[in-house]
Design a protein around this ligand. Structure first.
Ligand code: NAD
Length: 287
């Protein structure tokens, strides 16, 4: 089975649009997302444009603040302080990566946790860690769980999940979400020994490594659910053109696993859909 992230994301956006409509009607609140973009990185511009388009499509208000690449950290902090105070704004997202002279951790900490729709603020990761309500959970990990459930159904309890990668934005939060789902969770990383054998234990294998086609067919248990988070740009051996591939050898692993997400068209589309979900959540909880 190929898990179609595009289709699942589209269904999620329809459900979000309905909830947005209901929230407007019941409480007069229209969820609103402000994205701050510093500089003119082409990939970031594409992401920001897509986010704005999809935000408006579900009936939310989308704002964009563009700052020049040489904007100082203080100027960016001043902008965030205004957004934090603005009661008409429910979600604030600073597009990463930031220029080198700006400290990302300072910026993430400056967004009020109630508007931190990326879920990167320590208060939100702490709430996720503690399993407390009210956490805004990072978007890509949320998307991974929704996609795994497409194949396995809602009850993941007792499954052995192996996550390759321990970053704060994907590996660690997805491991915590899997634990909340009562999975037995193993986190593998660059220092893990016998990685292939560790992966062979997995009923659910999540690859968030950033290495093209890294996970091989003989690492995967027959019937496993494979969620490929990786986005790697490589040259196509035949056409010579650049193309996107995941962290999993899709062709080989597809023959062994029970279900797999493609790249592109798997986890990627879920990330923005879950950003909209978080913006709705922020408006409902704190708006
Ligand atoms: P990262 O570089 O922060 O983390 C990579 C992790 O992989 C590290 O924790 C490291 O320990 C582990 N790793 C590296 N080499 C390894 C090896 N040889 N064996 C085992 N583990 C190894 O990356 P990230 O930000 O977590 O992103 C991972 C991938 O996911 C990237 O390709 C990124 O582009 C992609 N990504 C996709 C989305 C999406 O929306 N689909 C969102 C975020 C990240």
């Amino acid at each position: 089975m190929i898990i179609d992230g595009k289709q699942v994301a589209a269904q999620l956006r329809v459900a979000i649009a309905e909830e947005v409509k209901a929230l407007k009607k019941s409480k007069g609140i229209t969820p609103s997302l402000t994205v701050v973009l510093v500089g003119e990185d082409p990939a970031s511009q594409v992401y920001v444009r897509n986010k704005a388009k999809q935000t408006m499509e579900v009936g939310m208000i989308s704002n964009e603040i563009r700052l020049p690449v040489n904007c100082s950290q203080l100027e960016l902090l001043a902008q965030l302080s205004q957004l934090n105070k603005d009661t008409s704004v429910h979600g604030v997202l600073v597009q990463l990566p930031l220029p080198k002279h700006i400290d990302e951790s300072v910026i993430i900490a400056a967004i009020t946790p109630e508007k931190d729709v990326d879920g990167f603020h320590a208060m939100n990761s702490g709430r996720l860690f503690n399993g407390e309500p009210g956490a805004l959970v990072p978007c890509t990990p949320q998307g991974c769980i929704i996609l795994a459930k497409q194949h396995l159904g809602d009850d993941l309890s007792g499954k052995h999940a192996v996550v390759i990668g321990r970053s704060n934005i994907v590996g660690k939060p997805v491991a915590l979400l899997l634990l909340q789902e009562n999975c037995t969770v193993t986190i593998a990383h660059s220092r893990t020994k016998n990685l292939a054998q560790v992966c062979q234990q997995a009923d659910i294998l999540i690859a968030a490594v950033g290495r093209a086609e890294f996970v091989q067919a003989d690492w995967v248990k027959k019937g496993a659910t494979v969620i490929d988070v990786g986005i790697n740009r490589v040259e196509d051996a035949v056409t010579g053109k650049m193309k996107l591939v995941g962290d999993v050898d899709f062709a080989g692993v597809s023959d062994v696993c029970g279900a797999i997400t493609p790249v592109p068209g798997g986890v990627g589309p879920m990330t923005i859909a879950c950003l909209l979900k978080n913006t709705l959540e922020a408006a409902k909880l704190y708006g």
